[in-house]
Design a protein around this ligand. Structure first.
Ligand code: DX5
Ligand code: ZN
Length: 208
């Protein structure tokens, strides 16, 4: 089994010391940096946007994995690409024109990801899977770090892997929410390609 990539989520970093956060990320062999963009509407909190991403872009050569938890993500694609995003993931739940979104992200030379909340079945992605680069399976309800892992969501990884193999698709599967030293073995066993970790990583509770 291939070792998954670790993508620390900046949401739980000390925001008054982002340089320090990036040092910790690099030191712990991360493969990407997960950046949670929240607009106070799709989810209750507001985090950071394009200017912040632009100003931290120079701190790392790792891919910036932007998780858009915003309403009307279609209005933000271009500016996040310009700000330094490498992977742009938007939510299935607030999008009708998903195919168009994928095309626009790709036309900017970025990888396109689709995220699903715990209550969204993986089966709903059947028409999207041939096109997409990344599926982000949320194992907590979006909006906050440090929540409890919802174990029932793990089955989606197996379902997605089966469909990928049967059809020769090439998307990556990322898991986001509640991963810590206790839940990590089950996530690895399920076979995620990318593992996002916020609170456990930045509290030193997740070694790679
Ligand atoms: C939650 C975010 C996650 C969050 C994960 O809405 O999408 O990326 O940072 O944090 P932990 O690892 O603490 O659950
Ligand atoms: Zn996230």
């Amino acid at each position: 089994m291939k070792k998954p990539i670790l993508a620390p989520s900046l949401l739980s970093a000390d925001l008054s010391d982002l340089k320090g956060a990036f040092e910790q990320i690099e030191k712990n062999k991360a493969g990407a940096v997960h950046i949670d963009v929240m607009d106070g509407r799709f989810v209750p909190q507001i985090t950071y946007g394009q200017p912040v991403i632009k100003s931290i872009r120079g701190l790392s050569k790792l891919p910036f994995d932007i998780h858009l938890m915003v309403e009307h993500p279609e209005d933000q694609i271009e500016s996040f690409a310009e700000a330094g995003a490498d992977w742009i993931t938007f939510h299935y739940e607030n999008n009708v024109h998903i195919n168009r979104m994928i095309q626009s992200i790709r036309s900017l030379g970025k990888r396109a990801g689709i995220a699903i909340v715990p209550s969204t079945p993986a089966a709903l992605l059947s028409e999207i899977l041939p096109e997409i680069d990344l599926v982000l399976v949320m194992t907590v309800n979006p909006g906050f770090g440090g929540q409890k892992f919802i174990e029932g969501c793990l089955g989606k990884i197996g379902q997605l892997k089966r469909i990928r193999q049967e059809n020769g698709y090439s998307f990556d599967i990322s898991i986001d929410g509640g991963v810590n030293a206790k839940t990590l073995p089950a996530v690895i066993e399920a076979g995620a390609d990318i593992i996002v970790s916020g609170s456990a990583f930045f509290s030193g509770g997740l070694k790679w």
